[in-house]
Write a protein that binds this ligand. Structure first.
Ligand code: SDX
Length: 444
């Protein structure tokens, strides 16, 4: 990993850069170092731009702006590549478990046997939440969206663990990480049980991560509940493909909030809220709602494809397109295969899957989508799997959050461990009024 050039290095040119970039502003020329990533991607280090050229860049949505250096996840949108700490997502999905992938993302290496045993045992044994937190659920609306529960209760966890909020104390960070990983599924499952008026089911420490989620969601006190291990495995694979995705909207939010030295619970709660949006983690819920709309409308696709292409129509094909992938999202490939496996195993025939497969086929032959490289993304198939497993649609973004938690934690931790980190504070181009005089009310 290149040692990033410090601001003062840039001026005297002693940078570690692979190349230099020249900027001509009016008749003045400025040089900036170019840094190169592991896979050859180039970034122009403009940290001295304002102080030397008196100008800033403008990049709505940050499509062309790198916010940091990171060693956690590599995404190649052109080739459809996704790797966590160098390991291809396909290998991790096939060979690893969610807890092992969480360890890999957070600590940077696959755990040895002792490390895994310690981490796995600790997470299993922190899965209960404080009993009085249950009162939150008693006073909230039954049909409230579970993402609201998730962010509020994650934030409230900080009030129970005032002894472990210091982001610079590795021991306090470690116990907070274990608590978050262990308690998020419990918080989520309790929100679901509240929505269906059923008793909350305690986690069982003898169960694996995916098994416990199914147990807490679908068991009832009145009868035995046998976890289907194949379904639990498929759920963990779905969580693995969601575990991280470099500087996406919610992860950037976690970094932004953490950069003010906010504690880890506050930072993660902010990430949950950013993920909720239908353009981001809320898309898996929006995909199912879109497929149900098409299904109840008779299943004809042309009308919906035309609407998605119509600039004057707000309708979009949810689950299609991606800021980074200009190719098929490798996670969609994995989840597409998993959705067939889960539906076959459960003997479920879901007409929405038929519509999804047809929609994908039609869209990928349509020049509008082909020209804009709009392929199915991770959210296109995940909802089909979750629906087949029995999760209600409102829980889909919650499952995304449970999957994404290790990535959020890994980035928050990487940020605090970096000497380069500064509080995030972007600039702006002001286009409001010039100075003007205050007019008293009686004269307006
Ligand atoms: C996730 O960043 C991440 O890594 C996110 C994520 C992660 O793991 O964290 O991968 C998870 O959020 C996946 C994306 C889930 N969202 C959706 O499926 C919602 C539908 N998709 C779109 O809203 C859109 O594609 C985005 C938000 C995903 C990407 O938006 P961009 O990069 O800002 O692209 P854009 O809106 O500028 O679109 C470019 C063009 C536009 O047309 P033109 O103006 O060029 O004519 O493509 C069109 C858009 O109108 N377009 C679509 C479309 N997505 C983009 N047209 C119809 N349907 C769509 N889905």
């Amino acid at each position: 990993m290149l040692n990033p050039p410090r601001d003062d290095d840039v001026n005297n040119g002693e940078t570690m850069s692979a190349k230099n970039a020249k900027l001509l502003l009016d008749d003045a020329e400025y040089q900036f170092p170019v840094v190169q990533g592991t896979e050859g991607e180039l970034g122009i280090d403009i940290r001295a731009l304002r102080s030397t050229a008196g100008a800033i860049t403008l990049d709505e949505g940050y499509a062309n702006t790198g916010s940091t250096r990171s060693a956690i996840t590599f995404v190649d949108g052109r080739r459809g590549i996704l790797r966590y700490r160098g390991y291809p997502i396909e290998d991790l999905c096939e060979k690893s478990s969610f807890i092992e992938v969480a360890y890999l993302l957070i600590f940077g290496e696959l755990p040895g046997q002792e490390q895994f045993a310690y981490f796995d045992r600790s997470v299993r044994r922190h899965s209960m939440i404080m009993e009085d937190i249950k009162q939150y659920y008693d006073v909230w609306p039954r049909k409230g969206h579970p993402m609201a529960y998730l962010s509020s209760i994650v934030s409230a966890l900080s009030t129970y663990y005032e002894d472990s909020l210091d982001p610079f104390d590795p021991r306090q960070v470690e116990i907070s990480v274990h608590r978050l990983l262990a308690k998020l599924p419990t918080i989520a499952a309790y929100a679901y049980k509240k929505s269906v008026g059923q008793p909350k089911i305690y986690p069982l420490n003898r169960l694996g991560y995916g098994e416990n989620i199914l147990h807490m969601m679908f068991a009832v006190p009145t009868e035995e509940y046998e976890v289907d291990k194949e379904i639990a495995r498929a759920l963990e694979q779905a969580l693995i493909v969601h575990a991280d995705h470099e500087q996406n909207c919610s992860t950037s939010t976690v970094r932004m909030v953490g950069s003010s030295y906010a504690n880890i619970f506050a930072s993660i709660a902010a990430g949950v809220l950013a993920l909720w949006g239908p353009l981001h983690g809320g898309a898996n819920q929006a995909v199912i709602e879109m497929l149900e709309r098409i299904h109840s409308d008779g299943g004809g696709l042309n009308k919906w494809i035309d609407r998605a292409k119509d600039k004057d129509d707000a309708f979009r094909l949810m689950g299609f397109g991606h800021r980074v992938y200009q190719n098929y999202d490798p996670r969609a490939t994995i989840l597409k295969e998993a959705s067939h496996r889960v539906l076959d195993k459960l003997g479920v025939h879901d007409p929405l899957l038929e519509i999804a497969l047809e929609l994908e086929e039609v869209a990928l032959k349509d020049s509008y989508f082909v020209e804009r490289k709009l392929y199915p993304n991770v959210d296109f198939y995940s909802g089909i799997i979750y629906k087949a497993m029995g999760f209600p649609v409102k829980m889909f973004p919650v499952l995304f959050a449970i999957g994404r938690l290790p990535g959020w934690i890994a980035h928050w931790k990487e940020m605090f461990e970096s000497e380069e980190t500064r509080i995030s504070r972007p600039r702006q181009i002001y286009n409001g009024y010039p100075e003007r005089k205050y007019l008293p009310l009686e004269k307006r």
